[in-house]
Design a protein around this ligand. Structure first.
Ligand code: ADP
Ligand code: MG
Length: 306
């Protein structure tokens, strides 16, 4: 039995409420397989499109971003809880599934607050993007050839406020859904936490949590079967295994896009080097079971401490 963290990417959630419920029914299958095998499971998820949607919808209320992430944790967590409960019930597995509203501590001096880099919300045309810059003072970037998107600060996670609760729940056999949307970014202010205006990358928060609660594996499930070098080019090469040394070299050579694959690879390296036997696997949701036995996905391991 292992302790696994499964980080769900945007493609696991679909583009609207109905799609999200449908997609999560499929997501529940490989996760239920893992539960059936006896593993302890933590599930995390992104919220880029959803947090943008909520922020737009709440415009009249001037809802701050951390509150919008809190809302996204609630609504995505609710769908995930029910999708997984239904699948477990079909298999006669009795397990509690619970989504935790989770806060993640960030540094108020993080340079990210002055350099918005994390795309949220929908893809926009050039004209739409220009209009939002003027009307709402949004910062906008071109997102890896896929269109324009609003960007917000994405500070790095330093600590998970509810980590002890995650551990207690796991130790009692519950399936825990946590650090949704990278967690609600908060800064310490004396005895209290205050929300910070940004969205944390869920891969970084997932890695942080996996270290803190002693996971054996972290799975980052996304839209591609494997990590590639020369991605999208004629000489693209998919990788089944990558040592942390090799991964660092590929990072230096610029093989991973900063807003998408880079956070996964950096998280994988950190986690694999954080303790003996720890490994990260990046792959597609559809091939989770194959990835577990090495037939799909890219495994990141440390040569030094394997
Ligand atoms: P998620 O929502 O799962 O975090 P992202 O879009 O943030 O998804 O990151 C995964 C995407 O990164 C892939 O779908 C692919 O388009 C892109 N990508 C960028 N560089 C690479 C690479 N070197 N190998 C594979 N995929 C890459
Ligand atoms: Mg991502």
């Amino acid at each position: 039995m292992s302790r696994l963290l499964i980080a769900l990417g945007g493609n696991a959630l679909g583009n609207n409420v109905t799609e999200q419920m449908e997609r999560l029914k499929e997501v529940a299958l490989p996760i239920a397989d893992l539960i059936e095998k006896g593993h302890e499971i933590i599930i995390t998820h992104g919220n880029g499109p959803q947090v943008g949607m909520i922020h737009d919808a709440m415009e009249k209320e001037n809802m701050p971003l951390p509150e919008c992430t809190a809302m996204s944790q609630g609504y995505i967590g609710y769908h995930l809880q029910n999708a997984l409960r239904a699948e477990l019930a079909k298999r006669n597995i009795v397990k509690e599934v619970v989504a935790l509203v989770t806060q993640v501590v960030v540094d108020e001096n993080d340079v990210a607050f002055n350099h918005p880099q994390k795309p949220i919300g929908p893809f926009l045309s050039f004209e739409e993007a220009e209009a939002l810059k003027v009307s709402k003072n949004y910062e906008v970037i071109e997102d890896s050839g896929r269109g324009y998107r609003r960007v917000v600060p994405s500070p790095k996670p330093q600590d998970i406020v509810e980590k002890s609760s995650v551990k207690v729940l796991l130790e009692n056999g519950h399936i825990v859904i946590t650090v949704g949307g990278g967690g609600i970014p908060v800064i310490r202010n004396g005895m209290e936490y205050l929300g910070a205006e940004g969205v944390i990358d869920k891969d970084y928060s997932s890695g942080k949590l996996a270290e803190l609660v002693d996971c054996d594996y972290i799975f980052m499930l996304t839209g591609v079967d494997r990590i590639a070098i020369n991605y999208g080019q004629k000489n693209q090469k998919d990788l089944a295994r990558m040592s942390t040394e090799e991964a660092n070299t590929y990072i230096e050579e610029g093989h991973f896009a900063p807003g998408s694959m880079l956070p996964k690879v950096v998280t994988g390296i950190r986690f694999a080097e954080s303790g003996k036997g720890r490994k990260a696997i990046i792959g597609s949701l559809e091939k989770t079971n194959e990835a577990l036995v090495g037939d799909s996905g890219t495994i990141i391991y440390s040569k030094e401490i394997e």
